[in-house]
Ligand binder design. Structure first.
Ligand SMILES: [Zn+2]
Length: 226
């Protein structure tokens, strides 16, 4: 019995292969690829059949290979499409400041690299109903400074700001809380200073000494009592 024939032309061309190598890339053997970063090469729009065959060939030649659907790759015009829906100037979700649209970057909350490498992340994105990594719910506006610094933020703070930093009410509430915290600190400091001024220092030291002595005596009593 022969192998069942598959009609490759009817298969959807929705797969990508990313190859990495520290050596010179053999474009003569793999003309489907183009360089996307130093040591990184990409072939897009392959059928599952083509992608699997190519990945096996690359692996045999010593390349590191990952295979994933096109949708987990960043598109070419996600920035333009996302910014069309945003006001100008646009707020950076990480610092809350406003920037002109043409100087702001668009950040992927769940990075494309993570989606490409982790099947768990892809599953999570699918469960959330994301059509692709460029789904508008996965995009936020960020200024250049914050986008380059976001790796220094801890994951919780990063996700928190990515989730709430897009809303004006969040920044207003933050301002109100900061002012309230400042007033509370000033009030408590004022109380402490007024207490210190109304009691001589020697009296305060005596009160502390008496409290320590009382505690020590209680401890000694408890030890002797046992
Ligand atoms: Zn910023």
């Amino acid at each position: 019995m022969g192998r069942p024939l598959t009609d490759e032309s009817s298969e959807e061309k929705c797969y990508c292969i990313e190859a990495t190598t520290g050596r010179r890339f053999r474009f003569d053997r793999f003309p489907e690829f183009r360089q996307t970063a130093p040591n990184k090469y990409l072939a897009r729009n392959l059928t599952k059949h083509q992608a699997k065959a190519l990945a096996a060939k690359l692996k045999l030649s010593g390349y590191n290979v990952i295979l994933y659907r096109n949708i987990w790759n960043k598109g070419n015009n996600y920035r333009r499409i996302f910014l069309e829906t945003q006001p100008d100037p646009c707020r950076c979700v990480y610092c809350g400041k406003f920037f002109p649209k043409d100087s702001i970057t668009v950040d992927h909350v769940i990075p494309a690299d993570l989606a490409k490498r982790s099947s768990l992340t892809r599953l999570k994105l699918k469960k959330l109903g994301y059509e692709s990594i460029d789904d508008p719910r996965n995009l936020v506006a960020a200024c250049h400074k914050c986008n380059s610094r976001k790796k220094n933020l801890n994951l919780f703070r990063y996700r928190f700001l990515a989730c709430f930093g897009r809303y004006d009410w969040f920044w207003r509430l933050r301002l109100v809380l900061l002012i309230s915290a400042g007033i509370a600190v000033l009030f408590v400091t004022g109380l402490i200073i007024s207490y210190l001024l109304s009691h001589p220092v020697s009296e305060i030291i005596t009160t502390i000494q008496q409290a320590i002595e009382k505690t020590m005596l209680k401890i000694v009593d408890r030890i002797l009592g046992e």
